[in-house]
Design a binder for this molecule. Structure first.
Ligand code: ADP
Ligand code: MG
Length: 153
């Protein structure tokens, strides 16, 4: 498993990181965003969307579970599983997104652990203080491990 680390020192840094991340993303990719409330998961996704050429404003999908953005170079499926904490392993129909033509980004992936593909990128964000974040990227699966994330961290 490949692993990369970096720090961000402002929300703009995290957006820029997301924007650069988009350069390495291909259709069918799955990105799991781990970290507590307010660490910057949605902020990262906003940058990723910008990097994909999406002009629509990215809003948190907490109450909708999923938001789709189709106006970029590939579709972005932005999920927030927070409200599924107590889900009873029902089939939530996420597979069509995970195996679709776009990139899927999941906030709170631990709440749909059984649904997410084994091959994925995990981005862990940890708050150090008001503005500083430690970010760790882990690549799971051959198709990801071949990519040069070292070029963007
Ligand atoms: P989450 O989706 O993880 O709950 P959000 O992206 O919605 O978090 O919110 C992150 C909050 O933290 C925003 O208010 C943002 O301005 C602030 N923030 C401060 N420093 C950073 C940083 N380095 N990276 C990301 N967000 C930051
Ligand atoms: Mg969020």
């Amino acid at each position: 498993m490949q692993e990369y680390s970096l720090q961000t020192h402002s929300y703009q840094d995290t957006e820029t990181f997301g924007q650069n991340f988009a350069k390495l993303i291909e259709p069918g990719d799955v990105i799991l965003l781990n970290g507590d409330l307010g660490v910057g998961k949605t902020t990262f996704t906003r940058g990723l969307a910008r990097g994909l050429g999406i002009k629509k404003n990215v809003k948190s999908p907490t109450f909708t579970l999923i938001r789709e953005y189709q106006d970029g170079k590939m579709p972005l499926y932005h999920m927030d599983a927070y409200r599924l904490e107590n889900n009873m392993d029902e089939d939530l129909g996420f597979d069509e997104y995970f195996h679709g033509n776009g990139v899927t980004v999941v906030e709170w992936p631990q709440f749909i652990r059984d649904e997410v593909p084994n091959d994925h990128i995990s981005v862990n964000i940890k708050r150090q203080n008001e503005d500083d974040r430690d970010v760790t990227i882990k690549l799971y699966g051959d198709k990801y491990e071949k990519r040069d994330f070292g070029a963007i961290v």
